[in-house]
Ligand binder design. Structure first.
Ligand SMILES: *Cc1c(COP(=O)(O)O)cnc(C)c1O
Length: 367
């Protein structure tokens, strides 16, 4: 049996260190906004090469607070990818703003910079590029468009911890980057967690205040804030895992490169491609085929786990019925959603298991 992602083995590789971190927090008597959070924020900011990191409760809150901190509010429009996890859109909606989707580049699945113009109105306030599947978005073109039109850029880095864009780690290209430490992400906690990185001290300070009831000094509330803090325990556990992130990402890359080489001659099968200057940390290895459901069933029969990221695009979810975006109006994304399938990949998956996955896929297509 080959699971899609073996979270237990990922934690067990660091079990002793994680238990020590837990014991440290247990003994400290301090569980919210303490030394572990401060240290993790410093370490993650340094890792990303940014001036500031602010820990928050989860990835969705990270996008919400970052957008709020750059000034997005009711009545604004925010350009988002049509092909993303729905959290990117939800963050915009929770601020009373409207998500306006643009289509992806078919080869990469990432936001198409050439499509931005079609989504621009006088109400556009910001863009949220997503580094989808772990691949850096085409930031230079997106940032140039944003500068030209006075827009803010908040990147959704939930799937892309450690990724390089043109040789520089993602974390401070745009105004801010929102991160998730959901357990299944490349840098995952043992529960929910998130953060925002930025080089702008004012944005960092606004988020620090917003995440803690709008308060700088206890029981003095300057703005209408949230309760969205990264707790001490998750911060301590993330500090254990951060030093292994690069090695984990290299291992994912080795599996991805094996898949790319071994699956490249199957008719009709589309393999992931990288845009120029955009590396990937291979959060997901997403293939496409018109007979996706048949292939997924065949892999399941051979006890190989796969996941569809994602079965339904955000604009076709009941949650977004009120936007009245007709089926068929975002055809690139809609076709991708019908054809995508994510193969097993992860830091503890063996190359021997990847070979079995390839054999079963090759077997299905009868060659
Ligand atoms: C996981 C994810 C999020 C949300 O993160 P949570 O920590 O689960 O709230 C946002 N955007 C993308 C692209 C994600 O993959």
């Amino acid at each position: 049996m080959i699971p899609f992602l073996d979270l237990k083995s990922i934690q067990q590789a660091h079990a002793d260190e994680l238990k020590q971190a837990f014991a440290r927090v247990l003994e400290s008597g301090w569980y919210i906004m303490g030394e572990e959070l401060k240290q993790f924020e410093r370490e993650y900011a340094d890792y990303c090469g940014t001036a500031h990191c602010v820990g928050v409760a989860n990835g969705l809150d990270a996008i919400i607070l970052a957008l709020k901190a750059v000034g997005v509010g009711p009545g604004d429009e925010v350009i988002v990818p049509s092909n993303t996890y729905i959290a990117t859109w939800l963050a915009v909606s929770h601020l009373g703003a409207t998500p306006v989707p643009v289509e992806p580049v078919p080869a990469t699945g990432n936001m198409d910079p050439a499509a931005l113009r079609s989504a621009l109105t006088e109400r556009t306030r910001a863009i949220v590029p997503v580094h989808l599947y772990g691949q850096a978005a085409e930031l230079d073109q997106i940032l140039a468009f944003a500068r030209e039109h006075g827009l803010k850029v908040v990147e959704d880095g939930a799937q892309s911890h450690g990724v390089l864009y043109k040789g520089k780690r993602v974390g401070s290209h745009g105004d801010a980057v929102a991160w998730s430490f959901y357990p299944g992400k490349n840098l995952g906690a043992l529960g929910d967690g998130g953060a925002v990185t930025t080089n702008d001290p004012e944005i960092a300070e606004r988020i620090r205040v917003l995440r803690n009831y709008g308060s700088r000094v206890k029981y003095h509330n300057d703005v209408i804030g949230y309760n969205s803090r990264l707790d001490e325990l998750q911060a301590a556990l993330l500090r254990v895992k951060l030093p292994y992130l690069d090695a984990d990402n290299s291992h994912r890359k080795a599996i991805a490169q094996y898949y790319l080489g071994a699956l490249n001659s199957i008719p009709g099968l589309i393999l992931p491609a990288l845009a120029e200057g955009c590396e990937s940390v291979w959060h997901l290895f997403v293939i496409r085929h018109p007979d996706r459901d048949g292939l997924a069933a065949h892999l399941a029969k051979h006890e190989i786990g796969t996941v569809i990221h994602y079965p339904i695009p955000p604009h076709m979810q009941p949650a977004y019925a009120s936007l009245n975006i007709a089926e068929g109006s975002l055809p690139v994304s809609e076709t991708m959603h019908q054809q995508v399938l994510s193969l097993p990949i992860g830091p503890t998956m063996t190359l021997a298991d990847a070979e079995i996955v390839v054999k079963v896929i090759v077997g299905y297509f009868g060659r």
